[in-house]
Write a protein that binds this ligand. Structure first.
Ligand code: CMP
Length: 143
């Protein structure tokens, strides 16, 4: 079983699509094994987005992600990283297919509703940044 890190970003929370996003993850058959609503600190934001430090949009990205609460999750399932990326859609909502979360709800690449890990390495790193091992729960998901 694979695990991935998923985060409903400030615009997703502010637009009231938390339930919709969680529902799509659940309906697909994925299992949510950890979840919390939180305000991201400047320090955590810098760590989470460290790979984008040199990008021109880095400053805007940090102020946006710390501007309002987010919902952080660990999602588990077979090929969870790829499956979640597929239901999330392309980074730029203008290119995301209808039927995907970003395709259905997003308009702006900087405010694109949701983040999902793009590789096993980033999933591991991001899960460890946001959750302690005790916060990740073990239970049976009914099919
Ligand atoms: P995310 O998947 O969270 O990872 C990096 C984020 O950077 C990405 O989603 C976008 O929200 C943001 N991003 C990527 N490209 C741009 C851009 N050109 N301008 C502003 N933000 C961007």
């Amino acid at each position: 079983m694979e695990r991935t890190f998923v985060m409903i970003k400030p615009d997703g929370v502010e637009r009231g699509v938390i339930g919709e996003v969680i529902s799509r993850i659940e309906r697909k058959g994925l299992k949510i094994v950890a979840m919390k609503m939180m305000r991201i600190s400047e320090e955590l934001a810098q760590k989470h987005y460290a790979e984008h430090k040199e990008k021109p949009f880095f400053g805007a990205l940090i102020s946006y992600i710390t501007s309002s609460p987010v919902v952080a999750m660990v999602v588990e399932g077979k090929n969870a990283i790829r499956v979640v990326r597929t239901i999330v859609g392309a980074t730029n909502p203008a290119e995301a297919n209808p039927g995907t979360i970003r395709g259905d709800f997003g308009m702006d690449v900087g405010r694109n509703i949701i983040h999902a890990s793009d590789s096993p390495e980033s999933a591991k790193r991001e899960i460890n940044l946001f959750f302690s091992p005790e916060e990740i729960l073990d239970y049976e998901r009914a099919i």
